[in-house]
Ligand binder design. Structure first.
Ligand SMILES: C[S@@+](CC[C@H](N)C(=O)[O-])C[C@H]1O[C@@H](n2cnc3c(N)ncnc32)[C@H](O)[C@@H]1O
Length: 206
């Protein structure tokens, strides 16, 4: 199925996001109507992940998918993707982009902490877990989530603890400490650093 034109409401919401975010999207939108918009994240991280993807044709959970760019790439490679996004506005935009691109992946508009089924071949946890370190409740939810998770592989992108957004965080961790924490609480036996996006490092846990 080819591209459909973007509806006005979708364009309006995308523009509104840009206006609030210094004229940039968070990540690229794989549709010609949005192809030229400036983005904070292009395809650099997918180029890092791609050679390390295993379980071809398997299931993927994308935690905090935002507008779903990784879900599009992974569906193109034949994965069965579930994308979870708790912001109703972002989930609306993600569904809109998915539909006009003729993609099929599932979008769950809820918090990842509410998911019952956490058995996936691959879990993407990119630029998301540090948000949960900011409060005691978020930290406890993250630990409980990792205990319940049954992922064979996880791709994890850490934050830099000196980032302004982490000032006053309930727990803050250096990147090595954070990945060791995720591995321990999630029951992963191996950790491999596969690349870096700006100052944020990306790890594969198995
Ligand atoms: C910084 S963005 C990262 C987006 C994407 N993972 C990436 O790296 O390109 C974090 C996203 O996670 C979403 N989010 C935050 N808390 C969440 C939660 N508890 N459950 C699901 N999504 C969440 C936010 O709304 C936002 O879209």
């Amino acid at each position: 199925m080819g591209f459909q034109p973007a509806p006005d409401e979708l364009k309006r919401r995308v523009r509104a996001f840009m206006e609030k975010n210094r004229g940039k999207l968070y990540h690229s939108i794989p549709h010609p109507d949005f192809a030229d918009l400036p983005v904070a994240h292009g395809n650099e991280r997918f180029d890092i992940l791609r050679p390390h993807l295993d379980h071809p044709g398997g299931t993927v959970l994308d935690i905090g998918t935002h507008w779903g760019q990784f879900a599009h790439w992974l569906e193109d490679l034949g994965y069965r993707v579930t994308a979870v996004e708790h912001s109703p506005n972002f989930a609306y935009i993600a569904r809109g982009i998915r539909d006009i691109c003729g993609k099929k992946f599932e979008i769950l508009e809820t918090s990842v902490f509410k998911l019952e089924d956490l058995s996936y071949d691959i879990v993407l946890a990119l630029n998301i877990f540090h948000h949960f370190l900011k409060t005691e409740i978020g930290f406890n939810d993250l630990v409980a989530l990792l205990h319940r998770m049954k992922a064979k592989t996880m791709f994890f992108q850490a934050h830099v603890p000196t980032e302004k957004q982490m000032e006053g965080a309930y727990r803050n961790m250096e990147q090595d400490e954070f990945v060791a924490f995720v591995a321990k609480e999630g029951g992963f036996k191996s950790v491999e650093e596969i690349g870096q996006d700006g100052k944020r490092r990306i790890f594969k846990l198995c």
